[in-house]
Design a binder for this molecule. Structure first.
Ligand code: ATP
Length: 239
């Protein structure tokens, strides 16, 4: 049976999310208090209904408690976002994801039991900053303020080297980063072995400290263990 998700608040973010979940095979119930919004979505989700998600009776009538997951995608109306998050948790939905507007809103959502709190505008801003700062970076996901996961094509210098030769074979290796996956054509290679040879056209998914990710992406040699730059960092594979 398909997983069931309910998306509350069908603004730009809510619609994008609801439609993508629907395309991924979820049964999606979309709820919005605005009738026109719901009419415009006809046929694009499993079900879209007009209703106030801060009303417990509305949520009960829709048998919300039977859903696996709910996403509160209301943005501007903080009171409505908090009220519906609280109701969804009280109704017993296992996973409630709530969108926050600011840090205090985020903390409040966490306190009242949201399982995950997101701030899509802030996340998009962080990603865009990294993409603008490093035009070769295809995507970036922040882990902490100076660690993240980056997706990029390998520098020319690394092509033909094994991950080990390139200094990329684990967190104890020279850059102190981890190659999580390589996408080669349509195939993913998850947690690639250290003797995997980096090929042209590969896309690397790499986790580590931002400055080290930047070095790898640019093909710059890693720092030596004593802090100096190594000569072998510039080595190329001959055989
Ligand atoms: P976005 O950035 O996603 O476009 P927004 O910040 O512009 O969102 P919001 O005011 O957050 O717009 O509203 C998002 C949607 O949530 C709107 O379509 C609004 O009608 C709906 N909404 C707001 N409050 C409720 C509620 N209590 N019940 C159901 N839907 C609601």
């Amino acid at each position: 049976m398909a997983k069931q998700a309910v998306v509350i608040g069908l603004g730009r973010f809510g619609i994008g999310l609801a439609q993508e979940l629907y395309h991924l095979g979820f049964d999606v119930l979309g709820i919005d208090k605005n009738e026109q919004v719901v009419r415009d979505l006809e046929g694009q989700l499993t079900t879209a209904v007009q209703g106030d998600a801060t009303s417990e009776s509305v949520l009960r009538e829709l048998s919300i408690q039977d859903y696996d997951m709910a996403i509160v995608a209301i943005g501007a109306d903080i009171q409505a976002s908090i009220m519906s998050t609280l109701l969804l948790k009280n109704l017993g939905i296992a996973q409630v994801v709530a969108r926050s507007n600011n840090p205090l809103h985020a903390r409040t959502l966490e306190r009242i039991g949201a399982d995950k709190v997101i701030n899509p505008e802030q996340d998009a801003g962080v990603r865009l900053a990294h993409a603008l700062f490093n035009p070769d970076v295809q995507d970036y996901l922040s882990i902490t303020s100076n660690y993240g996961i980056s997706r990029f094509h390998p520098a020319e210098r690394l092509i033909g080297l094994t991950l080990e030769e390139a200094g990329l074979s684990g967190t104890r290796d020279r850059y102190g980063i981890t190659v999580l996956a390589i996408r080669r054509g349509r195939e993913p290679i998850l947690l690639p072995a250290k003797d995997e040879i980096i090929a042209k056209g590969d896309i690397l998914f790499v986790a580590g400290r931002d400055d080290m990710l930047d070095k790898v992406r640019k093909g710059e040699p890693p720092p030596a263990r004593n802090g100096a730059v190594t000569r072998e960092g510039a080595a190329t594979r001959t055989g």
